[in-house]
Ligand binder design. Sequence first.
Ligand code: DGJ
Length: 556
Amino acid sequence: MLKANYFNIVIIAVLVLAGMLSAQALGADKDNTIPHLSKQGAATQLIVDGKPFLMLAGELHNSSSSSTEYMKPIWPKLAEANLNTVLAVVSWDLIEPEEGKFDFSLVDDLIKDARRYNMRLVLLWFGSWKNGVSTYVPVWVKTDLPRFPFARNADGNALEILSTFSDASRDADAKAFAALMRHIKEVDGQQHTVIMMQVENESGVLGDSRDRCKAANEAYNKPVPKELMDYLQKHKDTLLPEIHNAWQTGGFKTSGTWEEVFGVNKPHEKDWRNRSSFTDEIFMAWQYSRYIEKVAEAGKAEYPIPMYVNAWLDQEGCPQPGEFPSGGPLAEVMDIWKAGAAHIDMLCPDLYVPDFKARCEWYSRLGNPLFIPETRGDKDGVINIFYALGQHNLMGFSPFGIERIAEPNSELAKCYSVLSRIAPFILEGQAKGTIAGIAMDDPNQVEKVQLGGYTLELRILRRWVSGPTEGPVAAGIVIATGPDEFLAVGKGLMVLFSTSTPAEMVGFATVEEGTFVDGKWIPGRRLNGDEIISGRGLRFPPGGYSIQKVKVYRYK
Ligand code: DGJ
């Protein structure tokens, strides 16, 4: 009897262990049931329902989601434009109209409607700040300045911005956000329609380079907090040049006031690449990151799905702190945000500026995964997605004002249609580091990339290899899918192959045009002759996106 029991226990233990191992092999760890970020080889990806997920998204105008009725005709438009994710506002004033009394009916409607159209949601928490200012806080907060003080400018005047120097404001915001996350868990903890949260919107002080209320002035003249000093010392070798250089200017002091440690503010400059008042900006970045950290922490304690913050960028027209929200999560102060807000998973650029590529690079530093929550959705803006997917492992792309852009025949709809078909290959290519992407409008630009043991030359399609260009732009992605095998999508693009072996040439074994339907390859034309430039390169005509499966061979 004893022997039989012992035998049973061993069998059960083996079965349990085997179950655990196979669950682990499937990636079914503890958090696997809720959306989370996970390092997949070379990329950090968003995992939804156990699988990497590429957000082909769009952000609604600010006020659209405040009315379920208003949203009704918008949902089908978004679905027709092939979006799989919508970024929608949830505002503090509408969910907590009276202190402690919550109304989540708008959130519930958003979730129900997103499900009806088979879409996911990223919810934008318009709490203490939206574009720097505090217009979305409830009236009971706005009208109680003694309890919830506003920031002040150099003249001592109040700005319509909740001051970061108020624990009461921070705690009230954190309480409301926690209630929201608790509710989302209750109604969506199983189905995962809500996949990510944006905490606040483009935070930072507008109208001055820093808050100058009494508490702010006192803090500014006190020593830099020990937590920040410790972080800087611990990460001294990996700090980004902006913070490293500011600290170096102060002589790498290990304690002192903000100006002693980071240098005296430089006077106002018109050129956005030369930062003035950088110490004020660093100071505010610390205050905002600490405040938002508390809000995110309270939210994650209820329901820990990924959370990010977004930035209004420095640019011509608003080159200096205070002209853009000072202290927001800009690339220059990433180190400070990483030090201050451990519960924030990503810092994200609202990317409307012309130097798209440089900004992607800056935001990919420090292992920060790239998600673009706002960007241009016009013809020229949309094609940037190909570059960011291929070169920066982009996890999602979201043009702003999506209800205006999302027409069935729009560039966005066409682009999302083709990308949704090859999304699993893109995600795999990102993880394996076997993907390259391009978006270009310069007829003379030639990009060379190494992929699958070949050198690929990408450029705007020419009528013949060195002839006149056929289109104003080229956009596309190439993924090495196996030995001598590639999957490519593009438009207006030409791709030439070579190897590093002297005298060795590359020919096309087969080039097949086609598409994927429910993950299954449906071949179309077999491309040859003019369609592969007589064997010299792949050709993606400028008229629309095409997908090609390619096998190459080498000859000498
Ligand atoms: C950036 C903000 O984050 C959005 O909410 C919206 O106001 C756009 N600017 C408008 O262009």
